[in-house]
Design a protein around this ligand. Structure first.
Ligand SMILES: C[S@@+](CC[C@H](N)C(=O)[O-])C[C@H]1O[C@@H](n2cnc3c(N)ncnc32)[C@H](O)[C@@H]1O
Length: 256
């Protein structure tokens, strides 16, 4: 697996969920709860997305699948798992499920990490029931910025573009879903912005720390440049006056 970011940091994963759940909720709001009895969440990580989906569609069964067994074990062990939620190890590009198994198949911040995202999209469409929903919510690594300017944020964008397998996944979603055979599509884009809270500022610092092994392995920054980046991210975290814009997110909903 060509995976460049350590997803085992609990605080970082919880912040990611706190940032992304409110952005994802409006996409799900248009789906009637009664039409979703079974959910598959791909790239579930520590299980935050799976629990969020299960909470949104009360009474539905939800399977969270992740490639990383450590994350699956962590997700399974969480006390807050609602009844009907389960987790299993697997590859999104080769799903261990029969055709037409789920009412809702979902992924968030997964496809950008995959060497062959089209295989995963085909699998998502395959296991969605006729009349069901296939949803992808993915970033596009074109922009991270603040005002007043923090000189480290363009470096973060450069690192995302250099390290992630599909840094332009957001803008490619509609094209790739159509190429995989999806016909009835809705899609959109949103730009995350924070001016009072500290979620974005904190997650940028944690992300810079999580990327350290990959930056070193690929020789993307000198030790000095990396130390500067960390200092800049700490400065951002400590600057209440800064407005931060995080990389834009794009989404697609396909009806089976
Ligand atoms: C950024 S995390 C997303 C976590 C969660 N969906 C969220 O939005 O908070 C991406 C997850 O995808 C998983 N992953 C990467 N490649 C995968 C693959 N081929 N099949 C399944 N999961 C994969 C990683 O292990 C990681 O947990």
């Amino acid at each position: 697996m060509s995976y460049t970011i350590d997803e085992c940091n609990v605080e970082r994963q919880q912040l990611l969920a706190q940032i992304l759940n409110p952005m994802t909720a409006p996409l799900l709001a248009g789906i009637s709860a009664g039409s979703v009895g079974s959910i598959l969440d791909l790239g579930c990580g520590q299980g935050n997305t799976t629990r969020f989906l299960a909470g949104t569609f009360a009474g539905a069964t939800a399977v969270g699948l992740d490639y990383d067994q450590k994350l699956v074990d962590y997700a399974r062990g969480q006390a807050g798992n609602p009844a009907g939620v389960s987790f299993q190890q697997g590859d999104a590009a080769a799903l261990p499920f029969a055709d037409a198994s789920f009412d809702l198949v979902f992924c968030r911040y997964l496809l950008l990490h995959l060497p062959d995202p089209d295989a995963a999209i085909r699998e998502m469409l395959r296991v969605t029931k006729p009349g069901g929903y296939t949803i992808a919510f993915e970033p596009d690594c074109m922009l991270d910025m603040s005002y007043p300017e923090n000189a480290g944020l363009p470096t973060i964008t450069y690192l995302f573009q250099s390290l992630f397998a599909q840094p332009q996944m957001g803008r490619q979603l509609v094209y790739r879903f159509r190429a995989a055979g999806a016909r009835q599509l809705q899609a959109g884009a949103m730009l995350g912005m924070e001016f009072d809270g500290g979620l974005y500022k904190r997650i940028y610092r944690l992300t810079a720390e999580s990327l350290a092994p990959a930056i070193e392995a690929k020789g993307l920054l000198s030790a000095e440049a990396y130390a500067t980046l960390l200092k800049q991210m700490h400065e951002l975290e400590a600057s209440p006056e800064a407005t931060v814009f995080k990389l834009p997110d794009m989404w697609v909903i396909a009806r089976g």
